[in-house]
Write a protein that binds this ligand. Sequence first.
Ligand SMILES: *Cc1c(COP(=O)(O)O)cnc(C)c1O
Length: 429
Amino acid sequence: MKLYNLKDHNEQVSFAQAVTQGLGKNQGLFFPHDLPEFSLTDIDAMLELDFVERSSKILSAFIGDEIPQEILEERVRKAFTFPAPVKPVEEDIGCLELFHGPTLAFKDFGGRFMAQMLAHISGDKPVTILTATSGDTGAAVAHAFYGLKNVRVVILYPRGKISPLQEKLFCTLGGNIETVAIDGDFDACQALVKQAFDDEELKQKLGLNSANSINISRLLAQICYYFEAVAQLPQEARNQLVVSVPSGNFGDLTAGLLAKALGLPVKRFIAATNANDTVPRFLQNGEWSPNLTVATLSNAMDVSQPNNWPRVEELFRRKNWRLKDLGVAAIDDETTKATMRELQTKGYVSEPHAAVAYRALRDQLHPGEYGLFLGTAHPAKFSESVEAVLGETLTLPQALAERAGLELLSHNLAADFAALRELMMSKAQ
Ligand SMILES: *Cc1c(COP(=O)(O)O)cnc(C)c1O
């Protein structure tokens, strides 16, 4: 597989390089040189396969002969150990539930596949995973790498800005997982990570590797569940399909668009954000003008400078698609709460992220179309807000219940690169 840096098309790398480097020069994102395309017959045949077999085929179409198909399939089998069911919510709308993995959010798919790929690629060489999270990435990355030999994981998150339960889920592991609470917002954490990757000495000494949604292996893994969704739909729904994606860094949306580029029959996508609405405003008035990040109920989407957006633009350019065909919506917290209650009356308990996507979908779905919205997290993961909004007590799934009583092991740090650097170097072997 060949990939190029979006900031400098002359920088070309292999899949292994893109996975280990994360970012290219000048913090440029990597993008696939070839965009494979399946015929309609291929797609129909693939939709008949089981999740792991089909996913290996999709991933192999991108990765090519860099990883033999059988090895890839073994790795995919270790990564995708849980289902992605479509649950009917209304006659013409279903929820693609992506939260049945170990950390109860869709980021388990990308995190676990990336961990498998890094383990395959790096062999015995020590690596340090450094990532910033607004909540769910951190948990997924921590659990995906926990206990893996030769891998040290450092996770930055905005102090006090993620849910207490979320914090428990990944800041209580210890072992090869270090967590750092930063005095600042998610964008500040993300900026620190970017600074670290610009620091050649740090990068070399630690074998630094990024693990957030910019890593290409995560994106490729996420393509697979869009196929899994369509495989569960009746034939009539397949050609009338509208998919609504709750968006923060726009990695999930990028993966969905890549699925469409491969030939998956999706009529259109809707990018649904919360009040952090840089993209909806951009598509409405053509001006890229991020505001300060604001805290919302759907806090994993509290991102005002979505780092995958350049990939979305590149894909539209390469495919000659028009950005104005991408649906957008920005849903505020009041509407999100009302929507969670509306879903409750339909017998479906949802959390704020999925509710944002449902709202946008319900508002923009035309008669005769079938809509899917992505259920990106288990409601119990956001039990504080869900219980307050719905007046209903949720039972914690076992994964959360077990961790809730454990002590937090995080360091606290100012949003200061020198301090982070010292912390990271202090333990370098
Ligand atoms: C990360 C996350 C999102 C946003 O996904 P992006 O790929 O960053 O757009 C939405 N919902 C939940 C629950 C998340 O954790």
